[in-house]
Design a protein around this ligand. Sequence first.
Ligand code: FMN
Length: 210
Amino acid sequence: MNFKEVVSQRRAVNFFDPGKGVPDSLINEMIELAAKAPSSFNLQPWSLIIVKDPEDKQRLRKLAWDQPKVSEAPVVFIVLGDRDAWKQGHFFVEKNFKEMVNSGIMNENQHDWFLNACKTIYGGNDEKKQAFACKNAGFFAMALMFAGKSLGLDTHPMDGFDHDGVRNAFNIADNFWIPLLLAVGHFDAQKTLQPPKWRKTVDEIVIRTY
Ligand SMILES: Cc1cc2nc3c(=O)[nH]c(=O)nc-3n(C[C@H](O)[C@H](O)[C@H](O)COP(=O)(O)O)c2cc1C
């Protein structure tokens, strides 16, 4: 499947075949592919909670407007955006800096400069922290959907859920925001997929050209 086909054929699939599981190896491949998504300073402020257990999926479904796909899909990702993944001392921030030093992009002396730059751009206020977490986790989520499609999997993103309810029920730390849930599996071939939805035209998207 080439990229045009992946993009054109990906759909938010409402009905999953509950009898068709997805092996862990395929889920891992999907995540590895999606992890190639770009991120601010390569900070990769995203994480996943994987929900496969039927009882846990039912718990999640109750907190997600009782959407049947949450329990029918074999796998549901709780996608997380880390609002703190720009801070000095954060494990992945320091790991990222070390990796940049190891690859010659930065040198040890630039540590404070790098951390200050991160703080200024991403940590200035709550709005910046939220934007940092959500935009990067959003790119990752999009990459998950394309990666899934390329591997023969269907997906469905959802923001119809009780954010604080999911946070409490699944013990999610305060530094994380939950931009979306993502159901993963195989479209139920017994059901009819809705026709493709309308999209804005180029002229509707571009509001100004200089
Ligand atoms: C962030 C996000 C949240 C969404 N939340 C829901 C949801 O809670 N329930 C639902 O049925 N669809 C949800 N959708 C699916 C959209 O309705 C769907 O992607 C859109 O109508 C376009 O259809 P397509 O993805 O099949 O092209 C969501 C999509 C996105 C990107």
